[in-house]
Design a protein around this ligand. Structure first.
Ligand code: UT7
Length: 330
């Protein structure tokens, strides 16, 4: 009898740029203050990728290199590279192709996945299915965003939230039941009116007018997104537990998208999880969009134990949202 193949996470990598943008720095740019930002979002500082010629692929390269180093493989052993991002280096080609070129992953095919803050979960689930099919043996899934490229630093409602960074994992076949066990992924494109970037796509290609109207920056109706996020992220996490006959007690860690500490707290409460089981690094990196969940794994990797059940959960632009159950395998 053939054994069921699951996609185990066998290595984690992460990268944040050195430059910090603190709440005190933002006080000099817009009418805001440390107390408001910290109490409304939980953020103290973010990292910013500076330097001419630096793009999202430069956030991904150290991630992939760390993964290869830790797992003891060469980049040319990677079969497939999926990069979740909404800030690709260019509209085309895919950032995944650029990353493969830069790291020397000469035998990999790959593509970008655009699902905003849920991008890592969409990509992880997709990558896991490639492994489960038996077709590929080494799939790298990276979530990374250079949000500073699309943030308007004169808009106090968005510039306080976002930062740059990325992380990723290597997926490999496992027959002992470790890895990605289940995912519930959702989307509702009608949510686009609340969170989007107007310019730069085929709907509104860049013109002098789109630039003057600041249409190449994030547009977010924060309060509406907040309400959908609290409900979406906590509902889907509860549904995932129920479908797998689990309760909060069976979960070692919640790995939530880091958009707002209040959204994370609501999700943890709904799942019956105490604060010590919730990964939170929003105070250090802000919201790195597709980067938040793998950056949590990177920060907490040495605390994770073989057999731990992890629930990853996200909500973001699209709207897209979802939750993924992972049994930690190393
Ligand atoms: O990751 C992708 C998905 N995105 C999210 O999940 C983000 C969801 N939304 C949020 O996290 C929150 O809505 C924000 C952090 C964006 C905003 O927090 P809020 O508690 O929803 O604030 P608000 O928009 O209701 O604004 C409250 C007040 C307003 O003043 P008035 O009208 O009450 O006088 C704002 O003008 O706070 C004001 N305000 C600020 N004050 C100081 C808005 N931004 C700032 C600021 N500093 N940076």
């Amino acid at each position: 009898m053939s054994q069921k193949i699951t996609a185990a996470i066998t290595a984690v990598g992460g990268y944040v740029p050195e430059d910090r943008l603190t709440n005190a720095d933002l006080e000099k740019l817009v009418e805001t203050n440390d107390e408001w930002i910290l109490s409304r979002t939980g953020i103290k500082e973010r990292r910013i990728l500076k330097g001419a010629g630096k793009a999202t692929s430069d956030l991904c390269v150290p991630v992939v290199e760390e993964i290869c180093r830790k797992r003891g493989i060469r980049p040319d052993e990677i079969d497939c590279m999926i990069v979740a991002t909404v800030t690709p280096d260019m509209v085309f080609p895919a950032t995944a192709n650029i990353v493969c070129d830069k790291v020397g992953a000469k035998n990999a095919w790959g593509f970008d996945m655009s699902a905003a803050c849920s991008g890592f979960l969409y990509a992880l689930t997709t990558g896991a299915m490639y492994i489960e099919s038996g077709r590929f043996r080494k799939v790298v899934v990276v979530g990374a965003d250079k949000m500073s490229a699309i943030v308007d630093y004169s808009d106090r409602t968005t510039c306080i939230i976002f930062g740059d960074g990325g992380g990723g994992v290597l997926l490999e076949p496992n027959t002992e039941g470790f890895g990605v066990l289940d995912s519930i992924l959702k989307s509702d494109g009608s949510g686009r009116s609340h969170l989007h970037m107007k310019g730069g796509g085929s709907l509104k290609p860049a013109t002098h007018e789109t630039v003057a109207a600041k249409e190449h920056f994030i547009y977010q109706e924060g309060q509406s997104v907040f309400k959908f996020a609290v409900k979406g992220m906590s509902d889907v996490s509860a549904e995932l537990l129920e479908r797998n006959h689990l309760t909060g007690e069976d979960i070692a860690w919640l790995v939530p998208h880091q958009a707002n500490k209040r959204i994370i707290d609501a999700t943890a409460a709904r799942m019956g999880l105490s604060a010590d089981k919730v990964m939170i690094n929003i105070h250090r990196y802000g919201n790195t969009t597709a980067g938040t969940i793998p950056l949590c794994l990177w920060d907490w990797e040495d605390k994770l134990k073989k057999g731990d059940n992890l629930v990853m959960a996200a909500f973001g632009g699209g709207f897209t949202w979802g939750a993924t159950l992972v049994k930690w395998g190393h």
